[in-house]
Design a protein around this ligand. Sequence first.
Ligand SMILES: Nc1ncnc2c1ncn2[C@@H]1O[C@H](COP(=O)(O)OP(=O)(O)OP(=O)(O)O)[C@@H](O)[C@H]1O
Ligand SMILES: *[C@@H]1O[C@H](CO)[C@@H](O)[C@H](O)[C@H]1NC(C)=O
Ligand SMILES: *[C@@H]1O[C@H](CO)[C@@H](O)[C@H](O)[C@H]1NC(C)=O
Ligand SMILES: *[C@@H]1O[C@H](CO)[C@@H](O)[C@H](O)[C@H]1NC(C)=O
Length: 444
Amino acid sequence: MWSLRRAMGPEPSRGCCLLRWLGMKVCRRSTLVFALLWFGSWVFLNGLVFVHRTILSDYCTDDKSKKILQRVCEEYREGTLTGDLCEDLCVSGQVEYRRCLYYENGKKVIEARWRGTPVVLKSKLENFSSYESLGLLEYQDPAEELSPLDVVFYATLEIRNSLGLDISGNASLPPLWGQRLREHGQAYSRAELASLWSLLQQEEYTFLRVLQDLSRHLAKVLGSCGHFYAVEYLSAGHAWDQNIFSLEEVSAGPRTARDMVHRIALSFLDMAWRFDNDFLHRLHLCDIKPENFAIRKDLTVVAIDVDMAFFEPKMRDILEQNCTNDDDCNFFDCISKCNMKTNKCSSKRRNSNLQVICEKIFRPWFSPTLLGAKAGLPHQVDLQRAVQECVDTAGGEDEVQDRAVQKRLLDLLTGLLHQGTSSEHWGEGGEDREGIHPHTALNF
Ligand SMILES: Nc1ncnc2c1ncn2[C@@H]1O[C@H](COP(=O)(O)OP(=O)(O)OP(=O)(O)O)[C@@H](O)[C@H]1O
Ligand SMILES: *[C@@H]1O[C@H](CO)[C@@H](O)[C@H](O)[C@H]1NC(C)=O
Ligand SMILES: *[C@@H]1O[C@H](CO)[C@@H](O)[C@H](O)[C@H]1NC(C)=O
Ligand SMILES: *[C@@H]1O[C@H](CO)[C@@H](O)[C@H](O)[C@H]1NC(C)=O
């Protein structure tokens, strides 16, 4: 540069242009270098992600999923495992593979169609043999059959253990096993016992199966074959979607998106209330985010990821920790207070399901910036205020206040729902202005 400038000295004006031209070139070159570097690191990072996906964790492919199901069927034919889904899966071809949804740490989630109904096939582990075998079966003479009462006893123990309920208490029989026992009348086969045992080792299965008839806010288990069980296919929520749920997937009839959102919100409220009151013990959801909920066609909200759902006794166990401050007493979305005298966390949860739902689901959903034109409607403003109040109320501590907050949200949402339907009767161009902003994601 220095010698160049000297050489250009006698002709200042031209030199200036040349200099600028040179400068631009230098500038461009560094841009180019920068772009190349950026591109290089992008390729490198993508490569890393790819390697991670394919080698380190097992990335889900159709080929692998089909092989896994084939192995299940081989074992079914060998008589190692069984279940009410096996015949349709392995013999009559009534289960049609669709795609795989998810593999992580061995967990398999596969979408399929069973006799025309969309289902999700799930198993925590890929292979039947990876599950702990039922010790009883090894000690028993193979010719001798186990008495049904033994089976029921072990199954009940396993279930109570898995749900964290009091083991010493009255071992009441979960309806499912009692019913099967009565239908069967006699003994279970080895394949049946081994299959049952592999399913009982999957907390999610146990949880869903036992609470099956007690709540409509949990996914229905439709059948099983060996260690795989089928649950109803639902439309899962997405964090990236403003509406959380893909309303197109469930929309039936002339409902507006806004109407559907209010119905879904009401179902969330219903779920929060029922999980607090419908079971013998309060049910705590400690991982509340859009992806962990789904909706049915009738807009009922369903909790699909129950790995972080605990009944009160287990919740108390989990929360009771040594601590030096309140931050030590946070277990995901379930928090309690640190008792500074004993340095132990309180075993009573300080917040409630509803409070976290308000914070993580309702607030972003009904937030004023995203509501756009609708924000001005009087009820919407009230709703935002009620949601904020719900976020600020420590629900686990004051029952009375908790109920008040709940009732206020319920009244507002019901009001908005009626407002919505009555303006529909008035036809287009009403105060609702649905036609003016026809299709932003924000328009509900
Ligand atoms: N009943 C269902 N209907 C439709 N999709 C489902 C259903 N159950 C699970 N999925 C999809 O499969 C994915 C994984 O399922 P699931 O949540 O059971 O796995 P997980 O290991 O518990 O997930 P996480 O890592 O979030 O804890 C979910 O994100 C969801 O999109
Ligand atoms: C499952 O079984 C197959 C075939 O027997 C084997 O190749 C695979 O490694 C097993 N997977 C696991 C996780 O054990
Ligand atoms: C179990 O329940 C039955 C009826 O509900 C009762 O008669 C029995 O005493 C209970 N047993 C125990 C150990 O609590
Ligand atoms: C908690 O603290 C008690 C005594 O302060 C101690 O005995 C115990 O081991 C601690 N537990 C854990 C899990 O750190």
